[in-house]
Design a protein. Structure first.
Length: 327
């Protein structure tokens, strides 16, 4: 029943937004970005025309000297490093399952609605992501799980479940010791690449939120339990996450993900004559500018205006600094 609900909801949104931007399908596995040597089932993967590649259940994506970004549920990403491989076991949004075969993978989860799950299998263990957050997995022996933000539950045969919370990691050859703290100021190359990708996606989000706001598209018909959707920004040639209201989640400092409401408060909210010969912004816009919260944005904590990422030239650059262009 839930699978039908997700598909029907996606169809409603697609119809509503057809005049502005297109919406990604209701399954995980769309290959959003490929850099360098990327293969699917051993065959070099190439973007053809205006269509992104989508992984099917059972497909294996692997990288040599390259990286890839794959869309999971709304606002969530799988980013894989060089010399990394994984299998898409289940593409359903309510029960997404991945098997990590080698290398290092980074998973960013924006939200986990009720009755949904994301499970990662590797090295004989199943790791269930319990909260929105940022998680790094090393699938090469002895193996490691690192939690930058969020929480996971790790289950292995003949062992009790182990919970790993924010700021901790666990090495598979030191399970008896349990989770230990790690220095979050010392990051990996994949983490830094993920942060650059997140900033570029945030720029596409800002442009998309302004477009959707101007077209007065509403999402009240969406009933899948998600608080946002994937939406394609043709100016940037990439998908971005668009919250329905308030602000979207990002584990990276200084990144703002706008909804049509909150981007309106930032750029287009009306001003009110104070009666003393000077104009003052309305309370909603003042709250955004001051870092407070606005009832209009659904009570979400408003980000300071200075924290918003600067707009970039569409499709500017490639590699670590660039965006996901259609190939």
């Amino acid at each position: 029943m839930r699978r039908l609900l997700l598909a029907a909801s996606a169809a409603v949104v697609l119809s509503a937004a057809a005049s502005a931007q297109s919406i990604v399908s209701a399954k995980a596995g769309l290959v959003h970005l490929m850099e360098g040597d990327v293969r699917i089932n051993g065959v070099t993967a190439e973007q053809k025309g205006d269509e992104f590649l989508s992984l099917k259940e059972g497909d294996i994506l692997s990288t040599g000297r390259g990286r890839a970004e794959v869309l999971l549920n709304a606002g969530s990403y799988l980013r894989v490093d060089e010399k990394t491989s994984f299998k898409l076991v289940s593409a359903y949004l309510e029960d997404t399952r991945l098997e990590l075969l080698s290398g290092v993978s980074l998973i960013e989860i924006a939200e986990l609605p009720k009755d949904t799950a994301v499970t990662i299998a590797f090295l004989g263990s199943n790791v269930e992501l319990k909260k929105r957050g940022l998680y790094e997995f090393t699938a090469d022996a002895p193996g490691k799980v690192r939690v930058y933000d969020g929480e996971v539950a790790m289950k292995s045969e003949d062992a009790l479940p182990i919970r790993v919370a924010k700021g901790k990691e666990i090495a598979f050859d030191k399970l008896a010791i349990g989770p230990v703290k790690f220095d979050q100021t010392v990051t990996t190359a994949l983490y830094r690449w993920g942060a650059r990708r997140a900033r570029y996606i945030a720029q596409a989000n800002e442009a998309a939120a302004r477009t959707e706001g101007n077209s007065r598209v509403t999402y009240s018909a969406l009933s899948s339990g998600y608080r946002g959707i994937w939406t394609f920004n043709p100016m940037f040639g990439m998908y971005t996450y668009l919250p329905f209201s308030g602000y979207g989640y990002s584990p990276y400092s200084g990144i703002v993900l706008y909804s049509p409401v909150t981007v309106y408060l930032r750029y287009a909210a009306p001003v009110i004559n104070s009666g003393f010969g000077a104009s003052a912004p309305d309370m909603g816009r003042a709250a955004v500018a001051s870092g407070g919260s606005s009832a209009v944005s659904g009570g979400a904590p408003a980000m300071p205006a200075a924290a918003a990422p600067a707009m970039a030239t569409p499709n500017a650059g490639g590699g670590d600094a660039g965006g996901a262009r259609r190939r």
